[in-house]
Design a protein around this ligand. Structure first.
Ligand SMILES: [Zn+2]
Length: 90
């Protein structure tokens, strides 16, 4: 089954090819690895379980990088809904 489309999937499939042909700055590498590791076991997480039904789930930590669409989606939506996103007509 194909992986769902996401920036994480694009970076995972393209980073090695890009790195072979271009020089990324340390910050660009850092952002790519933040997005790659976001909400995966690489950043650790919590094992949650229900006392009632004994259901269990893993909840991984987020990268919180400002470039990560998973972490910044809510902030982006809030900004788009705010007055700052409206074009200036003055
Ligand atoms: Zn993230």
């Amino acid at each position: 089954m194909a992986e769902p489309a996401s920036l994480q999937a694009v970076i995972r499939s393209c980073l090695d090819g890009v790195a072979a042909t271009q020089t990324l700055s340390p910050r660009q590498w850092q952002v790519c690895h933040h997005v790659l590791d976001c909400r995966t076991a690489a950043l650790g997480g919590l094992a949650l379980s229900c006392d009632q039904c004994e259901a269990a789930a893993l909840c991984y930590h987020a990268c919180r990088d400002r470039h990560c669409p998973c972490c910044q989606r809510r902030a982006s939506l809030e900004w788009c809904a705010s007055d700052n996103a409206r074009p200036c007509c003055r």
